[in-house]
Design a protein around this ligand. Structure first.
Ligand code: ATP
Ligand code: MG
Length: 571
């Protein structure tokens, strides 16, 4: 259990960013206008941390009648691609948000950004530096020691203009020189020690092709993109706190007509999960998972494939709230949000994961009947269905024990249990494989007077089992997922170890030969259901086929969060 579990907050609750915006509106700042943006770098798929930022930015725009832009921060061409752009758009839409045509690319601003850089040079606030990357690092100083000025710092404006033009024209090799802001090499904030604004990269860009061989840095691009788009509140995660001074310096130095406000919040950390893109890419590239949409991945596409709903993810983001202090959220809360959603909406079915054959010896051969089953007791409007029943059925292997401990209330020799929606049955005989000793079949009797699951004489049974009719059930593959990492904090890596050492070898169990109710044989890919007594499942959107369904376990039925929430309350 994560130590700093955030207790659930009521939805629609306030946070410090809302309070800032409310105050800005009240004071007439930005003429009361609110514009936010979600600025992903298209160098990977979106994850649950991004969902927090998406819900926050789009949510604020919606709440305050403003706009939220989707802006691709695509200034590092070597790592970016259109595949990522498309997946990001799909994921934002799937989460339920709409940028209403306001989709932008930083690369569309390359010409304008170049002009701003020229303007900085003209103002004597930027220079071309020929120090190598190592030298720049060396000259930068440390937290305790001030930096030193580059020998190229005092070049004339004319010389800088000419060199910057030649950088653009491709006259220099990668790394031969950079454009730096001229701020203060002794600043206590290292970010302000003449940061690099442009570097040379002779790399093809997936959108601008070979047009550019110089690319602007994040700190230069971001504030100016915000400014040009008229963003009012530029919300980012805490690691950019020190960069705020640079954000403000660039806009101030250029005397831009509008000046968005950067506000930082704590990024989401989730127990048993890594959320660094670099690590996620490694999991994909090394084949540790099947892809970005592997149902164990904390990506939006992974959750979608696992059977998470946009409602559950939004509800999670709403409850974790927005704060200024880093914390780790318990993954149990995420699962709780899913259960809460699916409990109300997912129709229930019976499925047997590890079938054990049961023959009802007193049930007439060749007879079959249909029994009425409720689709979801939480929602009567979901109605009922008819489930076939016959002489041979399957029950779950683990629902029978030959020699049961005292608290085992399921089937055992001589015991009577209820078959859900059907009859009471009693185990009369256990058939075993003569060589292995494995139980291969149970021979039971059923009580015809208990149809529907109640005995007219009022006698009770302690267990109710799910089952399927052997002749009618459809075969299915079921994939059981568990946390991808065995450790609560896989990001904290012990010496000599690598984070992939903590991958849970039991995070995926594939069960072949499962049997499901016939009505699930053609389950629509992506559809959700509950297997009674087992968990929530989703027909795999990619691999499920009519007649050969594949189900991913989205969550078990055991809600650890409900327990944790109680403990937090009681503290
Ligand atoms: P990396 O993992 O490589 O540092 P990133 O996660 O910051 O990259 P971006 O594409 O730059 O990736 O993120 C887009 C937006 O999502 C940024 O505004 C960033 O602050 C936000 N974001 C990213 N991770 C989280 C997180 N864990 N919690 C909240 N917001 C996040
Ligand atoms: Mg980033």
């Amino acid at each position: 259990m994560a130590s700093s579990a955030t207790p659930p907050q009521p939805s629609g609750s306030t946070n410090f960013i809302k309070q800032i915006i409310e105050a800005d509106i009240a004071s007439g700042k930005n003429n009361g206008r609110v514009a936010t943006r979600f600025p992903p770098e298209p160098n990977g798929y979106l994850h649950i941390g991004h969902a927090k930022s998406i819900c926050l930015n789009f949510g604020l725009a919606k709440e305050f009648g403003g706009a939220c832009h989707l802006r691709f921060d695509d200034t590092d061409p070597a790592k970016e691609s259109m595949e990522y752009v498309e997946s990001i758009q799909q994921d934002v839409r799937w989460l339920g948000f709409d940028w209403q045509g306001r989709r932008f690319f930083a690369s569309d601003y390359f010409e304008a950004l170049y002009d701003f850089a020229v303007s900085l040079i003209r103002r004597g606030k930027a220079y071309v530096d020929h120090l190598s990357a190592d030298e720049i690092r060396d000259y930068r100083g440390t937290l305790t020691a001030p930096g030193r000025n580059s020998p190229y710092r005092e070049r004339s404006i004319e010389e800088n203009m000419e060199l910057f033009q030649r950088m653009r024209a491709g006259e220099f090799r990668d790394g031969e020189c950079v454009l730096r802001a001229k701020i203060d090499m002794a600043s206590p904030n290292i970010v302000l020690r003449d940061p690099t604004l442009y570097r040379i990269k002779h790399v093809h860009h997936y959108r601008t092709g070979g047009t550019w061989c110089i690319y602007p840095m994040y700190d230069f691009t971001h504030c100016l993109s915000d400014m040009m788009e008229g963003i009012t509140h530029s919300i980012c995660t805490l690691e950019f706190e020190n960069n705020r001074a640079l954000y403000d310096w660039v806009l101030g130095a250029l005397e831009t007509p509008c000046h968005p406000q950067q506000i930082e919040f704590a990024r989401l950390n989730l127990s048993y999960t890594v959320l660094s893109k670099r690590k996620l890419i490694e999991l994909v590239e090394r084949g540790i998972v099947s892809g970005w949409d592997d149902p164990r991945m904390p990506t939006i596409s992974g959750y979608r494939r696992r059977g998470y709903t946009p409602e559950a993810l939004r509800s999670f983001c709403d409850r974790i709230g927005v704060a200024r202090a880093d914390s780790t959220v318990d993954i149990g809360l995420l699962e709780h949000c899913l259960r809460e959603d699916l409990n109300k909406r997912a129709p229930r079915f019976m499925a047997v994961l590890q079938p054990l054959k049961v023959t009802l010896v007193n049930y007439p051969e060749g007879r079959e009947e249909e029994l009425e089953a409720v689709n979801n007791p939480e929602d009567p409007s979901m109605g009922s269905r008819r489930v076939p029943f016959s002489r041979e059925i399957y029950i779950e292997r683990e629902d029978f024990l030959e020699d049961p401990p005292r608290k085992f209330f399921r089937l055992a020799p001589g015991r009577e249990v209820r078959l859900r929606y059907a009859y009471f049955i009693r185990c009369e005989e256990v058939v075993k494989d003569p060589t292995s000793g494995e139980v291969t079949e149970l021979r039971c009797t059923y009580d015809p007077t208990t149809r529907g699951g109640d005995a007219p004489d009022g006698r009770r049974v302690q267990g109710t089992l799910h089952w399927v009719s052997a002749a009618h059930a459809a075969p299915a593959e079921v994939r059981l997922y568990d946390h991808l990492f065995m450790r609560e904090n896989p990001g904290e890596v012990e010496e000599g170890r690598h984070f992939t050492d903590y991958v849970n070898p039991g995070s995926l169990k594939v069960l072949q030969g499962c049997r499901v109710e016939p009505s699930l044989a053609n389950a629509a890919p992506g559809s959700h259901c509950q297997f009674e007594r087992i968990g929530y499942f989703c027909a795999d959107p990619k691999e499920s086929r009519p007649g050969r369904p594949v189900f991913n376990r989205s969550a078990t039925l055991k809600d650890t969060w409900a327990k944790i929430a109680k403990q937090v309350k009681g503290r």
